[in-house]
Every structure is written in C-alpha cells, then in structure tokens.
Design a protein. Structure first.
Lengths: 81, 172
C-alpha cells in the first residue's frame, strides 16, 4: 500500500470580544476565493444582531480581527513490504 | 453566560455530509437570524465533497492600528508589582486598596483568574485613576497561595483592548 496524502482545509475566524478575550471558531472546507467584503459583511451582521457572545460576564462580541485559511496536509506512511 | 453552537450541515450530491460549526452563538438569536448567519457562513465554504479540491493558504488580516492604552495596577504612586498580603488581617476577608491607571476611554473589568474567571466591571472613574477595593481574598485562602488579579479594558473606537496582571502572595 502506498503512502496516502490527505489535504484538508479550514478557515480560522478570530474575534475580539468586549471583555478583552479573543475567541476563535473554525469552519471546515473553505472556498478558494474569500473576499474582505464577505468577512466585513459577516462582521457587521454579527455586530448588528448580537449573534455571538463570550462565556464570561460582559463578553459581548466586538469584531472579527483575523481570518486565516489553513491547509492541513497529513501523510499516512506505508511501512509494509 | 450561556452560549450555543450553530451547526450548518450540507450534503453533497454524492450523499456525503459536511458539518460546519459556528461557536459562541447567542442562544437568544432568532431562527431568521441564524438562517442568515448560516447562509453567510456557507458562502465562505465549499459544501461539495471533492477530493481534487486544492486549498491554498491565504490570510485576510483586518487588525486594528489603534494605539494600545496604558493599563496598570498602581499603589503609592508607582506601578504595583508582586505584592504580599498577610493572613493576620482580622475579619472574614483580606482587603487592600489599589488604584488602576488607565488612559483609554473604554470599560474596564477586573477579576481573580485562578480562583474563578468572573470579571467585574469597574464604573468609578477619576482623572483616569480608579480607586477600588481590588484585593479581596477569603480568610481561609491557604498561606503560600499566589492569587493573580487581572484587569482588562475593552476595545473602543480610539483604543485597542489591553490587559494587566498583579500577583499577590498570601503569607502565613
């Protein structure tokens, strides 16, 4: 059996909350052409509707600070034969 | 505060499912709001299961260039560093007065990280110095314990968020 290489993509969305903490959620399988406008629109919608809250008192959502697309490559090595 | 996760499930024409999760969602969000949020999030992902999809690494950085404010614990006109408090103080709790120096314009929270993670908002303000009973420790705190106090200031239109810590060593 030959080595198997698997590539997975994820999108890390890092946000700053009012309590000063940074919280991150990760989306699987991001699309290739994500624009700043898409992120800004998402940020605005979350802010205007208070859709994300932190897990401490006063932890209201502040803004998205960083969005990173990550490619994770795993390689399963074949030691047979 | 309670929070919940929004799970967005997509099924490909091949019948394979991919679930995307958005955490820290406000449990009071309406179904319409969640549907819109889900649609916006879906637009950032490929909901097709395709082994030939190539992924590149791209960063979209929207970091702020606002200044970081001064945020410090102060005692007797100087920056408070590691302090010691004796358990000999009478009463149920040990108290000491410290000031916080802050030149920003946002909300400040302080808390006792290590004992609990509850952050209290500070409302008093006098010429950018806040006088508060910040050191309040239960009398039964074991001697030798290091209690870490944290202050955090919120980000505002003019300043970044900031954080400072003070360690208080409880002596016998």
């Amino acid at each position: 059996m030959a080595d198997v290489i698997n590539t997975e993509g994820s999108l890390s969305v890092e946000s700053l909350f009012v309590d000063g903490d940074t919280r991150t959620f990760t989306l699987k399988n991001p699309t290739a052409n994500i624009t700043t406008e898409q992120i800004n629109n998402l940020n605005t919608y979350i802010q205007q509707n208070n859709l994300l809250i932190g897990d401490k008192w006063g932890g209201n959502f502040g803004r998205i600070t960083k969005v990173t697309k990550i490619a994770t490559i795993t390689r399963a090595l074949d030691f047979t034969g | 505060m309670a929070k919940s996760d929004l799970k967005i499930k997509a099924t490909s024409p091949q019948g394979k499912s991919i679930t995307t999760s958005v955490t820290y969602v406000n449990p009071e969000a309406t179904n319409d709001q969640l549907a819109t949020l889900g649609t916006m999030v879906n637009a950032l992902t490929d909901n097709r299961y395709d082994s030939s999809t190539k992924v590149t690494t791209v960063e979209v950085d929207v970091e702020s260039d606002k200044p970081k404010p001064t945020l410090q614990f102060w005692k007797t006109d100087k920056t408070a560093q590691i302090s010691e408090m004796s358990k000999q103080t009478s009463g149920q709790i040990i108290q000491d007065m410290l000031s916080i120096k802050y030149n920003g314009d946002g909300q400040i929270f302080y808390g006792f990280e290590g004992i609990n993670n509850y952050m209290y908002p500070i409302s008093e303000r006098d010429n950018n110095n806040f006088a508060i009973q910040v050191i309040t420790i239960a009398q039964n705190t074991p001697a030798g314990t290091d209690v870490v106090f944290t202050i955090k200031s919120a980000e505002t239109a003019n300043y970044q968020a900031a954080e400072a810590q003070l360690t208080v060593h409880i002596t016998a």
